[in-house]
Structures are given as C-alpha cells and as structure tokens.
Design a protein around this ligand. Structure first.
Ligand SMILES: [Zn+2]
Length: 156
C-alpha cells in the first residue's frame, strides 16, 4: 500500500491508492523529510534511527529530529510509542489528540491505531461508574502482528 505522505509542489499523480489523499496539514522541510522517512519505514523507529537515515539529506543533530517529531505529533501525524521509546507515522492526520489506542508488534515494531468505538465507550462508561471522567488516554497494546505470527511460537 502506497500512500503519498505529503503534498509536495511537484505533485506526483500516481499514488496507487483510490481517490485523493485527504488534506494533510502544511509541513516544513524538516517535518516533511522526517514524516516521509518514518512513513516509508512502515514501522516504529527511534529518533536516532531517523537521524542516521537522514544524515545524508542534511539532518545533522538529534534536536532537529526531536523538534520535527514533536511538531508532527501536534499535527496528529506521528505518535510516540512510550513503551518502546519509538515513534510511528500515521498515514493521515489523526486529530484525536490525547486519545489513542495503539497496537504495537513487539517483534517488528509495526504499529497501528485501534479504532473501536464500542471498546472506547466501554472504557469511558466503566471509568464513569468508578467515579472518574476520562479526559485523555494513551494505551499501547503489545502484540504480535499477523506477519510475525500470532504468539504461537512460529517463526515465519
Ligand atoms: Zn510484527
């Protein structure tokens, strides 16, 4: 699956996806570079891994990477996977700031948001029954993805 990560000035018409990519927020040069690299990896990555990948393109310092990652998180294009100390790019901007449930493969680092409204409303209502109002949540669920096997010990 190929998804054009950013809208560039030299528009690339063949995206391989149906329809037009929903509008992404405007990105600076560094944000664009780091978002594209992370999206291209198709998995989570540490900031230093991104720095190594982008050194040849002129990214020389870790603070540059962290600043761009923070800005991309604010735009809803990148999520921080706290349990793995990594970051993952989302194919489209997800404005659900402060509310995320991520499935993370412990083996290959692939990560994907879990969209399950019944589950999330059950979470809210259970919290309410216990006397708490959910304001934000960041859940990370350790998994084994379908490519890596279903935790049955098989190695593909
Ligand atoms: Zn995996």
């Amino acid at each position: 699956m190929t998804i054009e990560p950013v809208r560039s000035d030299d528009r690339q018409p063949s995206v391989g996806e149906k329809g037009v990519q929903p509008c992404l927020p405007p990105l600076t040069g560094n944000q664009k570079m780091i978002y594209s690299a992370l999206l291209g990896l198709g998995r989570t990555a540490k900031a230093y891994e991104l720095l190594d990948l982008l050194r040849e393109q002129g990214v020389k310092a870790a603070p540059t990477v962290y600043r761009a990652l923070n800005e991309l998180m604010e735009k809803g294009l990148v999520r921080h996977i706290v349990s793995m100390q990594t970051f993952v790019a989302l194919p489209t901007s997800d404005p659900a700031q402060g509310r995320s449930v991520m499935l993370v493969c412990e083996d290959c680092g692939k990560a994907r948001p879990l969209e399950n409204k019944p589950l999330l409303s059950a979470l809210r209502s259970n919290a309410r029954k216990s006397g708490f109002e959910v304001k934000s949540y960041h859940l990370e669920i350790a998994t084994s993805c379908s490519h890596c096997g279903c935790g049955n010990g098989q190695v593909s």
